[in-house]
Design a protein. Structure first.
Length: 189
């Protein structure tokens, strides 16, 4: 027979697990408020204008957009649902909402749509962002350069998506023909 003491210990353990705060989002609100503030500058800084960001579409595909483009999406379709642009960014970039990427009002604000490559997902689930860094990137003082080799466009997009979820932004260098990932906080602080 189970003693009262054991029951209390099990109950307390269960309650502490359930009540402990868990962060189930990728981007914190202060970072997104800073991004929203930078988006309102005319013209926006290059890091705001040219950084690809990723949102989930209605068909569970991933769509690439940008901060300024998402501000246009917010103004066209979500202004009545969210009191501020940064609130919309919080839900969109933390993958809490599915965006209607096929809406006639906003479909032009997405540069490409793709499905996540299952092999990239498997590696990410097994080894996290570190696994992707080790397998696909060169580390140059905190900047990760993608070793594109024989990667398909879908694999590059999938890797870029997972870097984004880990708060790394993609910076394409047309001069050196490279794709680099940098911590978002190092760019916008």
């Amino acid at each position: 027979m189970i003693s009262i003491k054991k029951i209390i210990i099990i109950a307390l353990s269960f309650l502490s697990c359930c009540s402990s705060p868990k962060s189930n989002h990728y981007f914190d609100l202060p970072v997104l408020k800073k991004i929203a503030q930078l988006t309102s500058i005319l013209p926006p800084p290059p890091v705001i204008s040219f950084t690809p960001v990723y949102v989930v579409g209605t068909d569970d595909s991933i769509s690439e957009s940008g901060f300024v483009k998402l501000q246009n999406v917010y103004n066209a379709s979500y202004k009545n649902e969210y009191s501020a642009f940064y609130d919309f960014l919080f839900d969109a970039l933390n993958q809490k909402i599915k965006i209607d990427t096929k809406s006639p009002k906003t479909y032009l604000y997405y540069s490409q749509t793709f499905l996540i490559d299952p092999n990239i997902t498997r590696l990410y689930k097994e080894k996290g962002i570190k696994g992707l860094m080790d397998k696909y990137c060169l580390n140059r003082k905190g900047i990760y350069t993608l070793n594109r080799g024989a990667l398909t466009l879908n694999e590059i997009n999938s890797i870029s998506y997972y870097f984004f979820l880990n708060q790394y932004i993609r910076a394409d260098d047309d001069y050196e023909a490279t794709i680099n990932f940098k911590k978002i906080t190092s760019i916008i602080s």
